[in-house]
Ligand binder design. Structure first.
Ligand SMILES: Cc1cc2nc3c(=O)[nH]c(=O)nc-3n(C[C@H](O)[C@H](O)[C@H](O)COP(=O)(O)OP(=O)(O)OC[C@H]3O[C@@H](n4cnc5c(N)ncnc54)[C@H](O)[C@@H]3O)c2cc1C
Length: 444
C-alpha cells in the first residue's frame, strides 16, 4: 500500500503550509481552487489525505474541531495516557512505515466476566464465565448449543441467557443486539483482547500529521458540499465566524453518516437513502484511576443489569494504579451526559460497587474524566446489507464518502461486514484516497 512512498518522495511533495488553528492561506480568501478537499480529520480523513498527496497535487483537509483524530482521543493525566475515544490499541499496519513507529502494545490478559444481580461471574472465555452461573438444565442445554452452533438467536426465548449474551455483545457494539445483522450476533461469544498502546492511540494521529504535507485547517466546519457542474465541487465552510468557500476537483467526505447526509448536496438517490437509514448510538465514558487492589482482577466485565454497559481495566503504564473505563450507551449515555462530572463519577463508582466489581468508594478515585460521543458507533443493521465492499461510496461524480461506516468488506468468512472501528475507518480512507489519486492521475 505504501510501496510508492519513500521519504524523499514525501519531502518533495507539494507543501502549502500545515496550520493548527491559523488560516493557511488557501481556502481562506474567497473561492480558492484546490485539487482535493478532504472533509473530516478522523482516521479515515487522515488516511485518505495521505494517500492522495503527491507532488503538484493541492490537498486541503478541513476539520471542524481544534484537533485532529476524531474519535481517537488520547488524553494525559500527570504523564499517564488514557483513552476518551477508541480504547483498544490500533493495529500497527495502519502506520505508514516512514511516518512513525508504534509504541509497545500492553495487554490485560486477566479473565472476562458478566455481572448479574450484584455478582460477577469470571472466566478465561465468555463460555467459561457463563458456565459459572446457576442456569436451569434447559438453559444450560441452550448455552451448549449456542457455543457449538454460534446460533445466538436460539437463546432469544430464554430471557436471562439472552440478557447475558446481549451484555457481552455490548462489550464491543453499543446498540441493541436484536437490531444488528444476524451475522454479527456471534460477536457475543468472543473474548476480545484488551490492549492499549503505551503512548495511547493518538500517537497514530501524530504519525499521520507528521507525514501529511497537505494544508490542514482546524476549526473549519463544513456546511455544504455541492457539485457545481464543469467537474467542480464547491465546499462551503465556516472559519473564525465567517463563511468561506473553496472549489475543488474532488471531495472526500470522511465524517459520520448523518453528518455526510446533512452536508452533501445533490447525492444519488440510492446514497441519500442509505445515509438516511444509517443509525448511530450515543455513548458516554467515565475514566477512573484507582489504587491497585480496589477492584477484582478482570480485563472486562459486562453488565447484564444496571446502568452501565461494561467496564474495562488496564494497568497504569507510568504509575501504580489501575485505569477503569466505564461505558454507557444509548439513552443512559445521554442521561449521564447531562449530569455534572462529579455526579457522573460518583454514580459510576456506586454502579461498580453495586455490580460487584470492587469495594470502591469515591474517596478511592485518584483521577476521573468523562466524555460524551453523539456518534459512538453505527448500528450494523439491514441498512448495511447493500453496502459496497470497496470501502468508499460515490455520492456524486466528484464527491466520495469515506469513514468506518463505508467499509463493508468481510473481516473473515464467518464474521461478515464490520463497518465500525479504527480498522474500517483506516481501510475506507485508504480506499477512497487511492481512488481519488487514480482519478487525478487519469485527468492530469
Ligand atoms: C468511546 C469509544 C470507544 C471506541 N473503541 C474502539 C476500539 O476499542 N476499537 C476500535 O477499533 N474502534 C473503537 N472506536 C471507534 C473508532 O474510534 C472509530 O470507528 C474511528 O475512529 C472512526 O474514524 P472516522 O474517521 O471514520 O470518523 P471520526 O473519527 O468520527 O472522524 C470524523 C471527523 O470529522 C470531523 N467532522 C465532523 N463534521 C464535520 C464538518 N461538518 N466539517 C469538518 N469536519 C467535521 C469530526 O470532528 C472528526 O474529526 C471507539 C469509539 C469511541 C467513541
Amino acid at each position: 500500500m505504501y510501496d510508492n512512498k519513500n521519504k524523499t518522495f514525501l519531502v518533495a511533495r507539494f507543501i502549502f503550509t500545515i496550520v493548527t488553528g491559523v488560516c493557511a492561506g488557501i481556502g481562506c480568501s474567497h473561492q480558492k481552487m484546490v485539487d482535493v478537499v478532504v472533509v473530516g480529520g478522523g482516521l479515515a480523513g487522515l488516511a485518505a489525505t495521505y494517500e492522495i498527496q503527491a507532488p503538484g497535487v493541492k490537498v486541503l483537509l478541513l476539520e471542524k474541531e481544534k484537533r485532529l483524530g476524531g474519535r481517537i482521543q488520547t488524553r494525559n493525566h500527570n504523564g499517564e495516557p488514557y483513552e476518551k475515544g477508541a480504547l483498544f490499541a490500533y493495529s500497527s499496519i495502519m502506520v505508514p512505515p516512514e511516518c512513525g513507529k508504534p509504541s509497545p502494545r500492553i495487554f490485560n490478559r486477566k479473565p472476562v466476566g458478566f455481572s448479574l444481580n450484584g455478582t460477577v461471574y469470571l472466566g478465561r472465555s465468555v463460555r467459561l464465565a457463563m458456565e459459572k452461573y446457576n442456569w436451569s438444565p434447559r438453559e444450560r442445554e441452550i448455552l451448549e448449543h449456542v457455543f457449538k452452533s454460534h446460533e445466538v438467536g436460539t437463546a432469544f426465548a430464554f430471557p436471562h441467557l439472552i440478557q447475558v449474551f446481549a451484555a457481552f455483545f455490548n462489550a464491543i457494539h453499543p446498540g441493541e443486539l436484536k437490531k444488528y445483522l444476524k451475522v454479527r450476533w456471534q460477536d457475543s461469544l468472543i473474548r476480545w483482547p484488551v490492549s492499549e498502546r503505551k503512548n495511547g492511540n493518538s500517537e497514530l494521529v501524530e504519525f499521520y500529521t507528521k507525514c501529511i504535507q497537505a494544508g490542514v485547517l482546524l476549526n473549519a466546519k463544513v456546511l455544504r458540499v455541492e457539485e457545481t457542474g464543469g467537474h467542480r465541487v464547491k465546499v462551503t465552510y465556516t472559519y473564525k465566524g465567517k463563511r468561506r468557500q473553496v472549489v475543488s476537483r474532488y471531495v472526500v467526505v470522511a465524517v459520520p453518516a448523518p453528518i455526510a447526509n446533512e452536508i452533501v448536496m445533490n447525492k444519488k438517490p440510492v446514497v441519500a437513502e442509505f445515509l438516511q437509514s444509517v443509525r448511530y448510538v450515543p455513548g458516554f465514558v467515565v475514566v477512573l484511576f484507582v489504587p491497585p487492589g480496589k477492584v477484582i482482577d478482570f480485563s472486562y466485565v459486562v453488565f447484564a443489569d444496571g446502568e452501565a454497559s461494561s467496564v474495562f481495566a488496564m494497568p497504569c503504564v507510568r504509575k501504580n494504579c489501575t485505569k477503569l473505563y466505564v461505558y454507557y450507551a444509548r439513552d443512559r449515555a445521554v442521561k449521564m451526559s447531562t449530569l455534572p462530572v462529579k455526579k457522573a463519577v460518583s454514580r459510576t463508582v456506586r454502579e461498580l460497587k453495586r455490580a460487584g466489581v470492587g469495594s470502591l468508594s469515591i474517596g478511592d478515585v485518584l483521577f476521573a474524566d468523562t466524555g460524551f460521543w453523539q456518534y459512538l458507533a453505527p448500528v450494523i443493521d439491514a441498512a448495511f446489507e447493500r453496502i459496497d465492499a470497496r470501502g468508499y461510496i460515490f455520492a456524486s461524480e466528484h464527491v466520495i464518502l469515506a469513514g468506518e461506516y463505508a467499509w463493508g468488506q468481510p473481516v473473515t468468512a464467518s464474521a461478515g461486514i464490520m463497518p465500525y472501528g479504527m480498522y474500517a475507518a483506516y481501510r475506507s480512507g485508504v480506499a477512497a484516497g487511492e481512488t481519488v489519486a487514480t482519478l487525478l492521475g487519469e485527468k492530469r
